[in-house]
Design a protein. Structure first.
Length: 170
């Protein structure tokens, strides 16, 4: 019988993760910002549209306390096979992404990254405590609370109003 992941920490700010270069990043540096946390992949059918729209949102709101945190994941169709260096090269060259790219992680299973266990326990999707595919998105408010989980087929621009509301912009 599958057990629900325990919500062992109070907010997203309680986690330290590795960036794509292997450096520790204390997520508390994002306190007071609205976060969009996404599990990304380079070879997915959703890659082009999602990276394009993520970049549009980032360009528009990055100076208004908005941050996108991208976590590469190879658990869905082996669509993120590269190492961190290859992933960074792809994302920064092809899509000119300027938002932070983190270490490749598992988002499901026993080896799921603790930050993803927290996200899923806070706002599971239609599959409960599992991430369903690449480009699942979690929206986090300025206090570090997960406020929404968007399925992969939900495009980033389609929930721009949710982001604006959390940012307090019109």
């Amino acid at each position: 019988m599958a057990s629900q992941p325990e919500k062992t920490q109070g907010s997203i700010y309680d986690f330290t993760v590795k960036d794509a270069r292997g450096n520790d990043v204390d997520l508390s540096i994002y306190k007071g910002k609205v976060l969009l946390i996404v599990n990304v992949a380079s070879q997915c059918g959703l890659t082009n549209s999602n990276y394009t729209e993520l970049n549009q949102l980032y360009d528009k709101y990055r100076n208004q306390d908005f941050e996108i945190l991208a976590f590469p994941c190879n658990q869905f169709g082996s669509q993120e096979p590269g190492d961190n260096e290859q992933i960074l090269d792809f994302v920064c060259t092809r899509f000119k992404a300027e938002f932070p790219i983190f270490d490749k992680v598992d988002v499901n299973g026993d080896d799921a990254a603790p930050v993803y266990k927290f996200l899923k326990s806070s706002k599971g999707g239609i599959f409960g405590d599992s991430i369903e595919w690449n480009f699942s998105k979690f929206l986090v408010d300025k206090d570090g609370n997960v406020v929404n989980h968007y399925k992969p087929e939900i495009t980033p621009l389609s929930f721009e109003e949710d982001i604006k509301k959390l940012l307090g912009v019109s």
